[in-house]
Every structure is written in C-alpha cells, then in structure tokens.
Design a protein around this ligand. Structure first.
Ligand code: HPA
Length: 267
C-alpha cells in the first residue's frame, strides 16, 4: 500500500467512499457542504500533485454529501502547469488504491453554442484530444491501449440527467475538446473545433478521463460554462472571467450532484 493510501485509510477512520469528485473552477464551495468533513492538504499525501493555479485549492475533503460517502479533490494539477499530461496520474492511482470506483470530473469551459451561455452546465458525452499528447506516453504495459469508446459511463450519465431533471436544472450535452492552454484558443481554432464537432473547449479533464479508464474507474464529467469561446463575442477572454463566472454554473452543478447522491442512484 502506498504511503498516501495509508494516510487516507488512517485519517478517514472507516469511511470508505466509492465515488470521488474532482472540483474544478466554481465547484470549490461544494467541499464546504460535506458533512463530517475530514480535510487533508495535498502536502500531507506523499506523491500527490499540487496545483499552483489561482482559484484552485489544494486539499482532499472526505465525508458525506446528501448522506452518501464521497471524497473530493478540491484543486487539480493541469497539463499546462509543467507540460506533463500525466500530472494527475499519482492522484488517481492513490484514489484507485484506496478503493474509489467512480470518478466525477468537473471543469470550467468555453462554449461553442451561442444558446449555451455562461452559467450553463454541460454533461460531457465524448471528447476530442487533438493536443498531440497523452497521459499514457511512457506507460510500458499493454494496458496503455485503453479503449475510449464508452469512456463516459452510461449509468453515471443517466444518474446525472435524472438528477438534473428532478432539480429542474437545464443540462446541455456535448463534446469537450481539450486544448493544452494556458493561452486561450484563437478564433480560428474555435472555428476548427466547431467543424470537427466540439461543443465546448477547455484545458483539463481529458487526461484524467484517459488515466481513470486506464485504472478501471467509471467516469462521468461535466463542464460549467464561463464564456462563449474565442471570437464569438468580440471581447477578449481572461482567467478572471473564468473565476468570476464559474460560480454561476457551479451552483447549478452542485445542486445536481446533491440530488443525485440524495436519490441514492447508482453512484
Ligand atoms: N477555453 C479554454 N478553457 C476555458 C475556457 C475557454 O474559452 N473558458 C474556461 N476555461
């Protein structure tokens, strides 16, 4: 057992969540709603990657959400921080080693659909990785040839859709295209993204989905839309806008997750 798994077992004291959430921009406040929360700074988990991005805390929070044991990562490491697509591999290996079976990923994203404006929530049905990199580069085993046909778990997606309906929260569905960041896309890149079938663009999540499937976790992912993508409004994009607008959709997505766990759905 890795040292970090050891720390988790000791600190969680018998709590054995099967579901982990990765809280992207706008979702951080959900960590404050965990009942009986145990908070562990990433610095106390040997090998755990830390994020230096403003708006991203760096702690693991575990407890109950709507009565269901959950584990949350409040803050994640991104590819664009150091150019390492496998930045989240140690974190996900630790979660899998601890017994996590399901991973709910969240992120902030730019929308390619003028109807799906800031504050919207999008369930990711599939992704496009045109980055040229992959978190499994260097993995020597044949397990690296991981299938992604059903990367986004049908059961988890169904539970999220049902919870959205129950709470009356509009839920868009679409394809997330991963751009490396940290610079935003150009208008020409967004036109390309539209042609190849993207609905939203962002700088995270795709490497985590690949790693999670590699580790055998079931995965679902949602975006909170913070802006229309580059060139769609005439204005310039900024990280400040992402941070300012993420809480809008973040509140909606948090309500969906709470309803999902309250329903005791297959999560
Ligand atoms: N592009 C990439 N990442 C993002 C965006 C965007 O427009 N908005 C929030 N994260």
């Amino acid at each position: 057992m890795s040292d970090a798994v050891d720390v988790l077992v000791k600190r969680l004291n018998g709590l054995a969540p099967k579901t982990a959430l990765v809280l992207g921009s706008g979702l951080g406040p959900l960590a404050g709603e965990v009942e009986g929360a145990v908070r562990i700074p990433y610095a106390e988990l040997p090998g755990f990657p830390r994020s230096g991005v403003s708006g991203h805390a760096g702690e693991l929070v575990a407890g109950r959400l709507s009565g269901t044991p959950v584990l949350m990562l409040n803050g994640r490491a991104h590819y664009y921080e150091h150019g390492n697509p496998a930045a989240m591999r140690p974190a996900l290996e630790i979660l899998a080693g601890f017994g996590i079976e399901k991973l709910l990923l969240t992120n902030a994203a730019g929308s390619l659909d003028p109807q799906m404006g800031p504050g919207s929530v999008m369930l990711i049905t599939d992704h496009i990785n045109f980055s040229g990199t992959n978190p499994l580069f260097g993995e020597p085993s044949d397990k690296r040839f991981v299938g992604l046909t059903n990367a986004y778990d049908a059961g988890l997606r169904g539970a999220i859709e049902a919870a959205a309906e129950k709470t009356g929260t509009p839920l868009y569905k679409g394809v997330y295209m991963w751009f490396s960041g940290p610079s935003f896309e150009t208008p020409a890149e967004i036109r390309l993204a539209r042609i190849v079938g993207a609905t939203a663009v962002g700088m995270s999540t795709v490497p985590e989905v690949i790693l999670a499937r590699f580790l055998g976790l079931r995965v679902a992912a949602c975006s909170v839309i913070t802006n229309l993508a580059a060139g769609m409004t005439g204005g310039e994009l900024s990280h400040q806008e992402t941070k300012d607008m993420a809480p809008l959709g973040g509140k909606r997505l948090a309500a969906i997750f709470k309803a999902m766990f309250a329903a005791g759905a297959d999560v």
